[in-house]
Design a protein around this ligand. Structure first.
Ligand SMILES: Nc1nc2c(ncn2[C@@H]2O[C@H](COP(=O)(O)OP(=O)(O)O)[C@@H](O)[C@H]2O)c(=O)[nH]1
Ligand SMILES: [Mg+2]
Length: 665
C-alpha cells in the first residue's frame, strides 16, 4: 500500500494554526494586520490606476473571513459527486452513470440539512434537499431546462469539515461540454485547495494531465489532493497499489515537466517550486463503498474503501494547514496585485515618457511654426506695403512729364491753328483761347484717366493682395492652433488679422476737380485804346487764383492787318511762360500725390493695422504657448516623480509580502 503523505516545509516557523503558542499568535496577528493594510493600500492604488480590483477584494475577504474553498474537479463520471456524498455520509448530491451535475454545488456547514438554489437572475429559492436532482442535473429534459437557469446550489449540511468557513464545491465534469467546463473554471479562480478526482480504471488520461498543468498549476494552485476513485473495481490489493504507483509516477512527471518548462530545470525558482509542491498527495479509494459503508455503518467496508486515510489527510489540511493556506492565498493575491500595479505603473511611466517626447517634438515644431509665421508675415506685409507705396510712384511717373506735355500741347495747338484774317482781332483771340483751353483739357483729361485707371487698378490689386496675405496669416495661425490642440493646448484667439483689411477701397474723386480748366483761358483782351494784352487772370483759374496780366500789348504800334499777320508770333511766347509759371506755382505733382495719398490712405492704414495686429497676435500665441509648455513640463515631471514614488512604495510592499510568503511556504 503506498499512500503518500505530504512532506511540507517547516510551518512551525510561521505557525498560524490554533495550536500555536499565544505569543507567536500575537506576532502573527500583527502580520495579518499588516497584510490587510497592504491589501487595502493596493486596492486603493489599483482603483486609481483603473486596474481590476477583484483579486485584491477576494484576498481581503479571504484574509478577513478566513474562508477556504475546496473544489472537487475531474472529468465527468469519475465519481466526484459520489465522492462528496461519501464525505457527507449520505446520498445528497445527484450522481448517475450519465453526465449528471450541471451546476456548481456548494456544501457549507449547517446544523440541519437544507438546500437553496440561486438562479442566474439573482433569485434564491429554498428547496427540499431531496429535490436537488430536479435543479442541478441534466438527468431529464425538464431538469436540464431548469438547471440551465441555475447559477449554483447551496447545501447546508452538518459536515464537521465545513466548520470555520470551509466550503466543498462539486463541479460539473470537464470535457463534458464547454459551458460546464466554463462553470468549473469560474470557481477555480478563487480557490487554493483542489481535490482532483480520477478513476482507477481509466488512469490519468492525457487530458487530465493537461488540466492539471495548464489549468491548476498555471493558476498557481499549490494544494492538490489526488483521488483515484473506484479501487473497488480491483479485487486484489496489490493491483490497486500498482495502479496507484503508476498514476503517481504520471502525475509527478506532469508536474516536473511543467515546472521545467515554466522555470527551467535546476533553476532556483524550479527548486523552490518543487519544494513547495512536495510529493503529490494521492489517495486510492472507493467512494461508492465508503458511502455505502457510512450509510450502513459497515466498518469493514469503510476500511476496504480506504476512504478514512483520505479523510485523515483532509482533516489535517483543513485544521492544521488551514490558516496557513488561507493566509498564503491572500499573500499570493497581494503579490499578484502588487506585480500588476508595478507593471501598470511601468506602462504608465513609459507612456508618459513617450507622450513627453512626442510633446517636446511637437512643441519644437510649434515654436518653429510660430517663428516662421512671424518671419513670413513680416515679409508678406512689407511686400504689401511696398505695393501700396508703388501706386504713388507709378502716378508720379505719369505726372512727371505733365508740364512738358501741357506746353507741348499748347505750342502744337497754336502752330496748328490758323489765323482767320476775315475775323477781327477779338475773334481771333477768342478762337485761339478756346483752342488752347481745349488742348489743355485734352491733356489733363488723358492724364486724369491714366492716373485714375492706375490708381484704381493698383488699389484694387494691392487691397486684394493685403486681404490674401491677412487670410493666409489667419490660416497659419489656425494651423498653429490645431497643432496645439493636438497636444491639448488651447490657444483660442478671438482676433483675426483679416478683419483689419476692411474698407481698403477709397472713392477716387475726379482729378479734374483739382486741375480745372476755365474756358476763358488765354483770352486776349483789347484794352480801351489800341493795344492788346493776354489776360493772365483767366489762366489763373486753371491752377488756382492767378490774376496778373500775362503780357503787355502785342504789337501795339502796328496796324490791324499787320497785327493779325503777326498774331501767332506774339501770342505763343506770351502764353507759354504763363503756363510754365502756373505749373510751377501750383505744384501739381504734390497736389496729385496728395490726392493719391488720400486714395490709398485707408489701404495703408489697413496694412499698418494688419502688420501691428499680426505682431500682437503672434506675440500672444508665443507667450501663451510658452506658458502652457512650461506648465506641462512641470506637470509631467511631477507625474513621473509621483509614479516613481508610488512604484517604490509598491515595490516595498511586494518585497515584504514576498518575505511573508517565503515564511509561509
Ligand atoms: N464502482 C464504483 N462506481 C462508482 C464509484 N464512484 C462513483 N461511481 C459511479 O460512477 C458513476 C458516476 O458517478 P458521479 O458521482 O455521478 O460522477 P461525476 O460525474 O464525476 O460526479 C455513478 O454511476 C456512480 O455510482 C466508485 O468508487 N466505484
Ligand atoms: Mg457529478
Amino acid at each position: 500500500m503506498s499512500i503518500y503523505y505530504p512532506v511540507k516545509g517547516n510551518h512551525m516557523e510561521f505557525a498560524l494554526h490554533s495550536s500555536a503558542p499565544v505569543t507567536a499568535l500575537g506576532e502573527d496577528r500583527q502580520l495579518v494586520l499588516t497584510l490587510v493594510q497592504n491589501l487595502k493600500y493596493l486596492h486603493r492604488i489599483a482603483k486609481t490606476l483603473n486596474l481590476s480590483t477583484r483579486d485584491i477584494e477576494d484576498a481581503l475577504v479571504q484574509v478577513e473571513n478566513q474562508t477556504l474553498s475546496v473544489v472537487v474537479v475531474g472529468e465527468f463520471k469519475r465519481g466526484k459527486s459520489t465522492f462528496i456524498n461519501a464525505l457527507l455520509g449520505h446520498d445528497i448530491l445527484p450522481s448517475d452513470i450519465l453526465p449528471t451535475t450541471a451546476t456548481i454545488n456548494r456544501v457549507v456547514f449547517g446544523s440541519t440539512p437544507s438546500a437553496t438554489v440561486r438562479f442566474k437572475d439573482g433569485r434564491d429559492q429554498s428547496i427540499a434537499i431531496e429535490q436537488l436532482a430536479n435543479y442541478v442535473t441534466k438527468l431529464t429534459s425538464e431538469a436540464e431546462a431548469i438547471s440551465s437557469r441555475v447559477q449554483e446550489a447551496l447545501i447546508h449540511y452538518p459536515l464537521h469539515y465545513c466548520r470555520n468557513g470551509v466550503e466543498i464545491i462539486d463541479t460539473p465534469g470537464l470535457s463534458d461540454d464547454e459551458s460546464m467546463t466554463e462553470v468549473t473554471f469560474s470557481v477555480l479562480r478563487r480557490t487554493e485547495v483542489v481535490i482532483m478526482v480520477t478513476s482507477a480504471i481509466s488512469p490519468f488520461a492525457e487530458s487530465e494531465g493537461v488540466f492539471l498543468t495548464e489549468i491548476l498549476l498555471e493558476q498557481g494552485i499549490d494544494h492538490i489532493l489526488f483521488v483515484v476513485n473506484g479501487i473497488d473495481h480491483f479485487k486484489k490489493s496489490e493491483d490497486v497499489d500498482r495502479i496507484l504507483q503508476s498514476i503517481t509516477q504520471r502525475i509527478k512527471n506532469h508536474i516536473h515537466d511543467w515546472a521545467n518548462r515554466q522555470f527551467g530545470e535546476g533553476s532556483q525558482e524550479y527548486n523552490a517550486y518543487m519544494k513547495r509542491m512536495g510529493i503529490p498527495r494521492i489517495y486510492g479509494l472507493s467512494s461508492q463503498q465508503a458511502l455505502q459503508a457510512k450509510r450502513t455503518k459497515d466498518s469493514f467496508l469503510l476500511k476496504r474503501s480506504r476512504f478514512q486515510e483520505f479523510e485523515t489527510s483532509l482533516n489535517r489540511l483543513l485544521t492544521e494547514e488551514r490558516q496557513r493556506i488561507s493566509l498564503q492565498m491572500s499573500v499570493e493575491g497581494a503579490i499578484a496585485a502588487a506585480n500588476q500595479i508595478l507593471n501598470a505603473i511601468k506602462t504608465q511611466r513609459n507612456a508618459l515618457q513617450l507622450q513627453q517626447q512626442s510633446f517636446e517634438k511637437q512643441s519644437l515644431s510649434i515654436v518653429e511654426s510660430i517663428s516662421t509665421l512671424r518671419k513670413q508675415s513680416r515679409e508678406d506685409l512689407d511686400h504689401a506695403v511696398r505695393g501700396i507705396a508703388n501706386i504713388e510712384s507709378e502716378v508720379a511717373a505719369i505726372l512727371r512729364p505733365l508740364s512738358y506735355r501741357l506746353e507741348q500741347a499748347v505750342e502744337q495747338e497754336i502752330d496748328n491753328t490758323s489765323v482767320d484774317m476775315s475775323s477781327n482781332l477779338n475773334g481771333i483771340t477768342s478762337h485761339f483761347a478756346n483752342q488752347v483751353v481745349s488742348a489743355l483739357k485734352g491733356v489733363i483729361s488723358s492724364t486724369e484717366s491714366d492716373i485714375t485707371r492706375i490708381a484704381s487698378r493698383e488699389t484694387e490689386e494691392q487691397s486684394l493682395r493685403l486681404k490674401a496675405t491677412a487670410n493666409s496669416i489667419d490660416q497659419k495661425i489656425r494651423q498653429i492652433q490645431d497643432q496645439c490642440l493636438q497636444i491639448k493646448i488651447d490657444l483660442t484667439i478671438q482676433d483675426s488679422v483679416y478683419q483689419y483689411c476692411n474698407n481698403v477701397k477709397a472713392g477716387l474723386q475726379r482729378l479734374s476737380n483739382i486741375l480745372s480748366v476755365d474756358p476763358n483761358l488765354f483770352f486776349i483782351q483789347e484794352p480801351a485804346k489800341g493795344g492788346y494784352t493776354v489776360t493772365g487772370a483767366v489762366i489763373g483759374s486753371l491752377f488756382g487764383g492767378f490774376g496778373a496780366p500775362v503780357g503787355a500789348a502785342i504789337g501795339a504800334s502796328l496796324g490791324e492787318q499787320r497785327r493779325k499777320q503777326t498774331f501767332k508770333q506774339f501770342y505763343k511766347p506770351e502764353v507759354l511762360p504763363v503756363i510754365k509759371a502756373q505749373l510751377g506755382s501750383q505744384n501739381v505733382n504734390q497736389k496729385v500725390s496728395q490726392y493719391i495719398v488720400t486714395a490709398t490712405s485707408n489701404l495703408k492704414a489697413s496694412a499698418h493695422k494688419v502688420r501691428q495686429q499680426t505682431e500682437v497676435i503672434i506675440g500672444s500665441i508665443e507667450q501663451t504657448f510658452a506658458t502652457f509648455q512650461g506648465k506641462r513640463d512641470v506637470e509631467a515631471l511631477a507625474e513621473q516623480n509621483r509614479l516613481l514614488q508610488l512604484s517604490s512604495e509598491i515595490q516595498k510592499i511586494l518585497d515584504d509580502t514576498n518575505q511573508l510568503l517565503n515564511r509561509l511556504n
